[in-house]
Design a protein around this ligand. Structure first.
Ligand code: SF4
Length: 304
């Protein structure tokens, strides 16, 4: 059995920064309630590890960041790498909350592009996922933005409209190109700003470059958009067997055999230790006497 770790994989710079900021906030402010507005990254192990370190995550299905913010009365509030809407920023200032902002610079850059297009009275098409916090921050700040998840969502407006097109940073680059092609066909004069971040693009390209693997394991949370995009790209790339698992605890060993070549990658929200545990287990797999699947050690998961 051959194991092929895909590079790059795992945490991106924006996630590193957000987690480091949260840990430093806890260290520098003992006794102060620290609350992350929404999941810092879409990974339940990371949320649990921060919780064990005394850093609370406030998240409820379908609740907006503004609704969540209204439940916080004191302490330090951390904005996640996905960014927040203008209304959330203004409300935090109005209520004198102490804010630490971990919005990723790549997300901020897209927000600034949308702001400029809005000030220029352009019609804005934003390709993204409904209910994803990064997309929500845009649509809540600019309610006139058209959110496009699929080609069928492209609005039918006047052909000579001044259209600006951009996208959520963690989309599949292939999906984005299909949608952009369809937009250009309909609105040839649209201005396009492709905003898939380098971390997302490089991880997707690395999966596409894998040759001769029989299977791919994608380590990541089912709620992580960039993880699901890696899984989708691996399937589109023609890999016969693609398995997404949250950790080594979910590894199904029934497909292993002595001749198989398995590539292993991970979403940008997956801690390196989770992925390494999968790689280490597979590399030391003994077909005659397979060891039990190990457990994840949450307490040390975010140690650097
Ligand atoms: S996936 Fe990209 S945009 Fe999102 S936090 Fe990471 S680097 Fe930033």
């Amino acid at each position: 059995m051959e194991i092929i770790p895909v590079n790059p994989r795992g945490f991106c710079k924006g996630v590193f920064k957000a987690i480091r900021l949260a840990k430093r906030a806890a260290k520098d402010n003992p006794g102060t309630q620290i609350t992350i507005l929404g999941q810092i990254v879409h990974n339940r192990f990371v949320v649990e590890a921060l919780n064990q370190a005394g850093i609370k995550t406030l998240d409820e299905p379908k609740a907006s960041r503004l609704e969540l913010l209204n439940k916080i009365s004191d302490g330090i509030v951390i904005f996640t790498a996905h960014g927040v809407s203008n209304a959330v920023r203004q409300e935090a200032i109005r209520r004198n909350l102490t804010v630490m902002d971990a919005t990723c610079e790549d997300v901020l850059s897209t927000q600034q592009l949308v702001e400029s297009a809005s000030l220029a009275n352009q019609t804005i098409f934003y390709i993204g996922k409904s209910q994803h916090p990064e997309a929500n921050a845009i649509t809540e700040s600019y309610p006139h933005v058209f959110l496009i998840e699929k080609i069928q969502d492209i609005p039918q407006i006047s052909a000579d409209s001044d259209i600006f097109v951009t996208n959520q940073t963690t989309m599949s680059k292939n999906d984005i190109e299909h949608i952009i092609d369809a937009i250009i066909k309909q609105y040839p004069h649209a201005t396009i700003a492709r905003e898939i971040c380098a971390a997302t693009r490089l991880r997707q390209e690395a999966v596409e470059k894998i040759k001769d693997a029989d299977a791919m394991i994608v380590v990541g949370d089912p709620t992580s958009n960039n993880t699901r995009m890696l899984e989708k790209i691996a399937i589109e790339h023609g890999l016969k067997h693609v398995y997404r698992i949250e950790s080594v605890e979910q590894l199904d060993t029934s497909f292993l055999n002595r001749d198989i070549r398995i590539a292993v990658t991970a979403g940008a929200s997956t801690p390196q230790k989770l992925t390494q545990q999968v790689i280490d287990y597979l590399r030391s797999y003994d077909f005659d006497h397979p060891a039990d699947l190990p457990k994840v050690n949450i307490a040390t998961l975010l140690d650097e």
